[in-house]
Design a protein around this ligand. Structure first.
Ligand code: ADP
Ligand code: MG
Length: 459
């Protein structure tokens, strides 16, 4: 585990909060706060405030932001607990300071109410060869929603900017037309709402089926992020099919993202995949080295991290397939070096990153690997461990073997046992097969990178 220094961590958190917050709020609520304790065992961070008022404000309005920032820096999820150290009774109300964030209040309030996060703007989105088409389509849609590219289907591996880009579209549409109705939701949220609405009479049921219908069919721009989550879910797919058709016929803009193209989403109904593929499809590839550098240089300046050029180059070289991870590694490296009192150079960076990756990998259990591989290939764990030998099962089985060796560093025997009592020579053969396919086949190599990415980012 990386040793986080509470002072350094809080300093970085404050640095980032200062950028996104309204200055008045920041000045009023953040001074005097500190991290009192980091409980690694419990994954709990205790933050002390100077008054009840301050605590309530931060807890109610900044909790999510602080948690996100900490996750980025620490590379891990922590729960937050706020305590009051000394009570100074401030007679202020939140409204005394105006809006919480910097951008015009109208848009922010509006944006928040429809699920948008203002840090995901076009302005902060760096364009390179890997995302040029996706970006061009997105800006065109923001200028002219519903008119040209409908539906817009955007896909890529994890952490490559899908959410950022589709959120930017939503905000840009609102900026141009504050009266537009934009709704951003994840496939999973949609799924949950349908399940909830179907379960009639349940006390916690928030929306009835009719209300649900109205909610989704009365928008100008509907953004559903990670739409693949609805695959295999019958009632949800049915509901979405009707929503899609209604919006489409009204020339309302539909924007969907996924980790793969429509026809490769396993267990997605054909009538949906063919509709999803009927408009504009764009993908985002992993960024090239120059773009990775550009992204890190931006973040370095934005967060005033002060990392030297050689460190940025080293990290940009090392992390190739995930922008979230790229940014996180820079932050983690800077914070760790600070807390250890080390000078940041290539040597220290190398060792810090090595250590972070070791910790990351040691947290991934064999079961996580098996589960993520099954999820990626749309097969059940039972089938993966079973005896059937069709190609759709053999490949994921061998890929599991490969990752159990590569990430968990298990022996062939142990892997065989985990995967339904298979012989160690079978495992050896499987691992070899995958290793040589990776060497021979560029597109297979990319696929393996994506699966690895999914495993390393599994919750
Ligand atoms: P995805 O939805 O594809 O998993 P995200 O949109 O969540 O990926 O992106 C992961 C992180 O990387 C986010 O913090 C996002 O702001 C950042 N990011 C991705 N692409 C870019 C880019 N082109 N320019 C700047 N930041 C980016
Ligand atoms: Mg996303």
């Amino acid at each position: 585990m990386i040793n986080l220094d509470p002072k350094d961590l809080w300093k970085s958190v404050k640095g980032e909060l200062e950028i996104v917050s309204n200055p008045a709020h920041f000045k009023a609520h953040i001074p005097g706060t500190a991290i009192k304790k980091i409980d690694e065992a419990d994954h709990l961070i205790e933050i002390s405030c100077t008054s009840e008022y301050q605590r309530n404000f931060i807890e109610e309005r900044m909790y999510g932001y602080i948690k996100d920032i900490i996750r980025k820096i620490a590379g891990d999820e922590y729960r937050l607990m706020f305590t009051v150290e000394k009570t100074t009774d401030l007679k202020l109300k939140p409204d005394d300071f105006g809006p919480l964030f910097n951008t015009p209040q109208e848009n922010i309030n509006k944006a928040k109410s429809v699920g948008l996060n203002e840090t995901y703007s076009f302005k902060r989105f760096i364009v390179g060869n890997h995302n040029r088409l996706a970006n061009a389509v997105s800006t065109a849609i923001a200028d002219n929603p519903g008119k040209i590219y409908n539906p817009f289907f955007l896909y890529s591996g994890v952490g490559l900017g899908k959410t950022h880009l589709v959120q930017a579209i939503g905000q840009e549409v609102l900026k141009k037309n504050p009266n537009a109705k934009v709704l951003y939701i994840t496939g999973e949220q949609f799924l949950n709402e349908v399940v909830d609405a179907v379960r009639k009479g349940k006390p916690t049921s928030n929306l009835t089926r009719n209300e649900l219908k109205n909610k989704y069919r009365n928008v100008d721009v509907l953004i559903v992020d990670d739409i693949h989550s609805i695959a295999g879910k019958e009632a949800t797919q049915e509901e979405f099919f009707h929503t899609f058709n209604a919006l489409y016929m009204d020339q309302k803009q539909i924007i969907l993202t996924s980790d793969r193209p429509p026809h490769e989403i396993k267990t997605l109904e054909e009538r949906l995949s063919s509709r999803f593929a009927s408009g504009m499809i764009a993908d985002i590839q992993p960024p090239d080295l120059e773009t990775r550098m550009a992204i890190l240089i931006e973040r370095n300046e934005e967060l005033k991290l002060g990392a030297p050029r050689e460190v940025i180059e080293y990290i940009a070289e090392a992390i190739k397939t995930n922008i979230r991870e790229l940014e996180a590694k820079l932050l983690q490296t800077v914070t760790t070096a600070r807390s250890l009192g080390q000078t940041l150079n290539i040597e220290t960076t190398k060792s810090i990153i090595g250590q972070i990756e070791k910790t990351q990998q040691s947290r991934i259990t064999p079961n996580t690997i098996i589960r993520e591989v099954c999820k990626y290939y749309g097969v059940t764990i039972k089938d993966l461990k079973g005896t059937r030998r069709m190609k759709t099962l053999v490949t994921p089985r061998q890929i599991s073997m490969f990752f159990l060796r590569d990430i968990s560093e298990l022996g062939f025997q142990a892997i065989g046992e985990l995967l339904g009592s298979r012989d160690h020579t079978t495992v050896m053969h499987g691992v070899n097969k995958i290793e040589s396919s990776i060497k021979d086949n560029r597109s297979f190599q990319k696929e393996i990178d994506q699966v690895r990415n999914a495993i390393l980012n599994a919750d």
